[in-house]
Design a protein around this ligand. Structure first.
Ligand code: SF4
Ligand code: SF4
Length: 439
């Protein structure tokens, strides 16, 4: 089988040594003469061919990429459709999904029992409380946690709780509750005050940054709080942003590129971001040398993939594979960002789940189906799996396309993670593995 050279990415590490990453096999190889001869078609070298293309050529198979029987590992539950902020890029606002509805405890119980009875599951299930601002319905979250404790004890299931909040309501009572029930907390914060307050404001126009920072400092003393940063402006200093969040008490930072036509960054702005990400990658390496991990989860997740040689990703995320979202009225979707958009409704806890709709969706969203033109010729396909369905939907009104904006953002992170991985000495990889990757 002839080699598609766009499936091979060549790059240098921080010592200027040349490497290759094979998008066929997921292997990272240091450049040598044998590889050069092979790539220049000077001589066929079976061993090099096996490393680069796999023994059986393009051996990735999608056949076992999802189970036909629906499985549930993670449930994202909308607790309320109300919010106290008016973020400029809010997806709920964009699709006019804000309303006054809140989840009630009967619908909650019905939802959990429906999934337990109708979906395959193991004895750990992740429950993510979600909502426009979910802490507006704190009473329901409290009751839900108690209900799940009872069900968990009865059925031998360990429910793990997490929630994503805008961080403006973290008073003593809430902090106490989060700590008591070991609830992981993720806060949406856009890194730097000036950017955050431009986009994430109260209904009366005030910025919300300082309130969040004050609240995090109280909570972070007792539990891990991670930051979910939407990158609205690519001309940012990532090191400064990470340090500010770290100083405020955040234990980790995760970034997402903004999904909004109005905020699309130019090619020049993207180059700025790529250069800045390079500086951040060097900062990451320098810190590992001093035995400190920079908890930028976008790098760490990809590093884990390179380190352990994970299976190929056929999808961008686990939405619809083993993760589902349930809205306040009990309707089921594959992803919380699509809740209330009728064409993406897969069922209802009162009326049942459309298994066939799920299968058809997954079959038509395999990365090789969605990205025939771009992803199939991309070296990063194996680690990527395509772009977020929501980003695609906003960009082109279909989940079946690939979002250019999201694609280049993700690809840049993969490139820098490869640079980091090949720049680390063996003992530094061992340190990273012992402290984070295997955990
Ligand atoms: S979305 Fe972009 S980075 Fe990911 S596989 Fe497709 S072309 Fe490659
Ligand atoms: S489709 Fe996008 S927003 Fe939804 S779960 Fe996947 S990555 Fe997240």
């Amino acid at each position: 089988m002839s080699l598609n050279k766009s499936k091979i990415y060549s790059f240098k590490n921080n010592h200027d040594n040349l490497f290759l990453y094979s998008g066929y096999t997921g292997l990272i190889l240091e450049w040598n003469n044998r590889i050069q001869n092979y790539l220049e078609n000077k001589e066929f070298d079976e061993e090099v061919n096996n490393y680069l293309q796999g023994k059986f050529g393009e051996s990735q198979t999608a056949a076992s990429s999802f189970s036909i029987k629906p499985v549930v590992k993670t449930l994202t539950l909308f607790v309320t459709n109300q919010c106290n902020l008016a973020c400029s890029y809010c997806h709920e606002k964009a699709f006019e999904l804000h309303n006054s509805k809140s989840l009630d405890i009967e619908t909650f119980k019905k939802t959990v029992l429906y999934f337990l009875e109708n979906f395959e599951h193991q004895n750990v299930i992740n429950i993510c409380f979600w909502g426009d601002e979910l802490l507006l319905n704190l009473q329901l979250i409290k009751e839900s946690v108690n209900v799940l404790k009872e069900i968990g004890d009865r059925q031998g299931i360990n429910f793990k709780f997490s929630l994503t909040t805008n961080g403006t309501f973290l008073n003593e009572e809430i902090i106490d509750f989060l700590i008591r029930y070991n609830i992981s907390v993720e806060i949406s914060i856009d890194g730097l005050e000036i950017l955050h307050d431009l986009h994430r404001r109260y209904l009366d126009g005030r910025g919300s940054y300082q309130t969040i920072i004050d609240n995090v400092s109280k909570l972070a003393a007792y539990c891990d709080v991670s930051a979910r940063v939407t990158v609205t402006n690519y001309q940012i200093d990532l090191i400064e942003m990470y340090q500010k969040l770290e100083n405020a008490g955040f234990c980790a930072m995760k970034t997402e590129c903004v999904v909004d036509h109005k905020l699309k960054n130019s090619e020049e702005e993207f180059r700025y971001f790529a250069d800045n990400l390079q500086l951040f990658a060097d900062y990451f390496i320098d810190n590992i040398k001093q035995r400190k991990i920079i908890y930028y989860t976008d790098f760490l997740n990809v590093l884990r993939n390179f380190h352990f040689g994970a299976f190929p990703n056929f999808f961008p995320c686990s939405a619809g594979l083993d993760k589902y979202a349930v809205n306040t009225d009990g309707s089921i979707y594959f992803c919380h960002y699509f809740s209330n958009i009728p064409e993406f409704k897969w069922g209802d806890v009162n009326l049942g789940f459309d298994r066939e709709k799920r299968i058809q969706f997954l079959k038509s969203h395999l990365v090789m189906e969605r990205g025939k033109e771009n992803c199939d010729n991309c070296w990063a396909q194996r680690v990527c799996g395509g772009t977020c369905y929501y980003a695609s939907y906003v960009e082109s009104e279909t989940t079946k396309s690939i979002s250019d904006n999201y694609c280049r953002f993700k690809k840049e992170i993969f490139k820098k993670a490869l640079y980091i991985y090949t720049s680390l000495l063996e003992e530094e990889k061992v340190f990273l593995d012992n402290t984070y990757l295997s955990g």
